[in-house]
Design a protein around this ligand. Structure first.
Ligand code: NDP
Length: 477
């Protein structure tokens, strides 16, 4: 078993102030793979002091110096790429093919996206009225990240903090801390000055809250549930710090009758099941025009029945387990709620798939005949569970799509691109994908309504970490 009990503070690997061990569990085997330390408020204090001290000089480094550091980090990340993919497979349960092609890959993509944005951002601008606007690093940033796309979230927060001249304290999810510790090793090797990047493990209510409340933390960047995001906002309020939130979703996926049904319904089901359904922007509500509803349900059923779960350590396109027993329980409860509410179960259902009694595996599940008021249509399931809802006309689709507390992503499938763009303009969501177009590095990621505040990635993601200073100069006239 790996011993990963140290924290990374002020450029050194240090013991927690008080020992408090926690085992990290492999969700495919339910066996412990590592032991970490759970920190406390005193560990956060120590990390914030280091970050505050480092900010004094790091905030004055040039863009070129920071770009050089990020480029070193990119080279190191590429060298240790397979180690990152394997770590994510072991602690999250993402199948190794998916870990390699997607989970670890985002670490490269976001680094390149931010380096490119840093070369294009204007840190000094002259306004037509003669005043000057300066963009400056915000200060000490508290970063709290979840387990579902762990290195994605760390990259979307730690890189813009370091890129803009801020310093940071990261608290990763206690379920997937090993990829974060590996990332800290890479940041260290890249030569970022001591105290610019610090990592303390621990749980949300103690270590996370200590960070949100800390008087010397200038900004909190959080990704996770809407429940925890609300707690972070409340904890941050007394010290008036900036809070950016990337929260949940219940993203609609509108299939119009003129879509290429075979291709687009197949793609939609697979995308919903990707990462075992544990993605905040997963297309989980499939809204299908009634004229092609039966056909779409038939395609979805076939694709769902063909989906296989399997051992994450084996290469292939199968679906891995959920991250934890807690998550398994939550997903089971919502599948059972769907059955109890009278939705038509066409694939999967409650319980574990045959032959997968050990590990937090669930059956890929599809409900048809769902109405948008059912719990499975309103709550984020965060498992491989798709609901299919019929609609009549374009206006009905827009109405149902927007009838949700969330507003992260939306998806449109149509052979008529004018219509797709028209409907995209009516959807209250931060990102709209047409006919399977993917999210691209450097584009803003984030949501409307209860899906969050702020945008991550590219120039928008850098701006969230910058203060704006206006310099009023005397004018000749
Ligand atoms: P959480 O929101 O609890 O976890 C995300 C991160 O927030 C973790 O690092 C967690 O710490 C931390 N956290 C929890 N409570 C607080 C708090 N009061 N103050 C500061 N930080 C806190 O998600 P769960 O793991 O409980 O998952 C629950 C549901 O959230 C999922 O079913 C899914 O619907 C949604 N979710 C959405 C994500 C997204 O990408 N938008 C990501 C993950 C979950 P720790 O767990 O270590 O205690």
């Amino acid at each position: 078993m790996l011993d990963k009990r140290k924290f990374y503070i002020n450029g050194e690997w240090v013991d927690p102030i008080a020992p408090n061990d926690l085992e990290v569990i492999n969700p495919a085997t339910e066996q412990a793979i590592a032991v970490i330390s759970m920190g406390a408020a005193a560990d956060i204090d120590r990390a914030v002091v280091a970050a505050k001290n480092a900010f004094r000089t790091y905030s004055r480094t040039s863009l070129d110096e920071r770009i050089a550091l990020l480029e070193k980090l990119l080279a190191i990340y590429k060298r240790r790429y397979d180690e990152m993919a394997r770590t994510i497979t072991l602690e999250l349960g993402a199948p190794i093919t998916m870990s390699t092609e997607q989970q670890a890959h985002v670490g490269v993509g976001h680094l390149k996206g931010f380096i490119d944005a840093l070369k294009r951002i204007k840190m000094r601008e002259e306004l037509p009225n003669g005043d000057i606007v300066l963009r400056e690093p915000i200060g000490v940033c508290g970063l709290i990240t979840p387990w579902n796309w762990p290195i994605n979230q760390i990259a979307l927060k730690a890189i813009p903090a370091l890129a803009t001249g801020s310093t940071c304290v990261l608290k990763p999810s206690e379920f997937t801390p090993l990829n974060a510790l590996l990332y800290a090793e890479m940041v260290h090797e890249a030569g970022f000055p001591a105290g610019t990047f610090n990592l303390v493990n621990g749980d949300g209510p103690n270590v996370g809250a200590a960070l949100s409340k800390h008087k010397d933390v200038d900004m909190m960047s959080f990704t996770g549930s809407t429940r925890a995001g609300t707690a972070v906002s409340k904890d941050a309020a007394d010290t008036v710090k900036r809070v950016t939130l990337e929260l949940g979703g219940k993203s609609p996926n509108i299939v119009f009758e003129d879509a290429d049904l075979e291709e687009r319904v197949t793609g939609s089901v697979l995308e919903c099941f990707n990462n075992s359904g544990q993605s905040c922007d997963a297309p989980t509500r499939l809204l299908v025009q009634r004229s092609v509803y039966e056909q779409a349900v038939e395609i979805a059923k076939r694709v769902g029945e063909e989906a296989r779960v399997g051992n994450p350590e084996e290469a292939g396109e199968h679906i891995g387990p959920l991250v934890s027993d807690i998550q398994y329980g939550r997903v089971q409860a919502l599948i059972e709620a769907g059955v109890a509410e009278g939705a038509e179960l066409i694939v999967g259902g409650p319980g574990k798939p045959e032959g997968f009694e050990t590990g937090y595996y669930v059956k890929p599940t599809i409900f048809a005949g769902v109405n948008n008021q059912m719990r499975i249509a309103r709550e984020e399931v965060f498992g491989p569970v798709l609901v299919i809802i019929p609609f009549d006309a374009e206006e009905d689709a827009i109405e149902i799509a927007n009838d949700t507390n969330y507003g992260l992503a939306a998806y449109i499938q149509s052979g008529d691109l004018d219509r797709a763009e028209r409907v995209a303009g009516r959807l209250r969501a931060g990102m709209v994908h047409i006919n399977g177009a993917p999210h691209r590095y450097g584009s803003p990621f984030g949501g409307y309504k209860q899906s969050g505040i702020g945008r991550e990635g590219g120039i928008f993601g850098l701006e969230d970490f910058l203060e704006v200073k206006t310099v009023h100069r005397p004018r000749a006239d």
